[in-house]
Design a binder for this molecule. Sequence first.
Ligand code: ZN
Ligand code: ZN
Length: 346
Amino acid sequence: MKAVIYEAFNQRPKLVSLPEPAPERHGVVLKVEATGVCRSDWHGWVGHDADIVLPHVPGHELAGVIVATGKDVTRWKAGDRVTVPFVGGCGHCPECHAGHQQVCHNQFQPGFTHWGSFAEFVSIHNADLNLVALPDAVEFATAASLGCRFVTSFRAVVDQGKVAAGQWVAVHGCGGVGLSAIMIASALGANVVAIDIAEDKLELARALGAAATVNARSTANVVEAVMEITGGGAHVSLDALGNPQTCFNSILNLRRRGKHVQVGLMLGDHSTPVVPMSRIVAHELEILGSHGMQAHRYDVMMPMILSGKLKPELLVGKTISLEESIDALISMDRFQGTGTTVITRF
Ligand SMILES: [Zn+2]
Ligand SMILES: [Zn+2]
């Protein structure tokens, strides 16, 4: 099969021919029909992810068709259209038993802990637990864009932030994560304030439902601006970028007893940001993380997509070939476009 592989961190990946994977006893092999290119792939490629063992095939935002199943798989058969969240569970640890596969002790993450989907075929472990059925009405490219940024935002807004209609939600950063969160919070009836430094992204944020926007480049004090728009602070605020400044602002622009959800990854030099702990204590703020979403929670999200309340297809930017993914991956740190890039030609 064709696959993109790298043998050293920071060294240009290559398009090569590799043997096709065989399914694990509890797993399946998918023919990959679409797979997203994500900043997390770039973090992995430069060496920020301790799970990656070289040589490595990246790719974790995928959708495809099952071509082979292991003998212990009961829920799936060849020909089924499926997708996966980027974290899969082991099925045996306390978190998996509690239904929290997104923080499993022995995670299966294609493209990180195992070879991923920048390839014609990919092996997925614990298929009965980790696969999600893909309705015919959802295109593969749209489905691929769900598994990482979109589900993490869904969990951040719905399950962690517990956003309710009428609440104010601040979203710092309008990349793939932030725009997803804006769409999801707006669909729930919240009033969203979107914050970014790029006017075209703020325009897209308004088109996706943001009630107000703040340009952090031209606004002297972002926190004051959000406090004023929201009449005393956001009920829920997300750092959708993953940056010490946006994290700090997201906590400070909360109203009393508000919730900050850290959605953007904090890796490398950013892994231990300064937080205003005195405010967190005095105002009884809650600080939460969001790390993917369990496969079983797609049962709540998918009907909102099928009914048109959520339109993740609007977040898909351009589609590219597997060969073009090499340049897309290594330039991800300076990628400024809007919308996600998805590999659909192999
Ligand atoms: Zn991703
Ligand atoms: Zn587990």
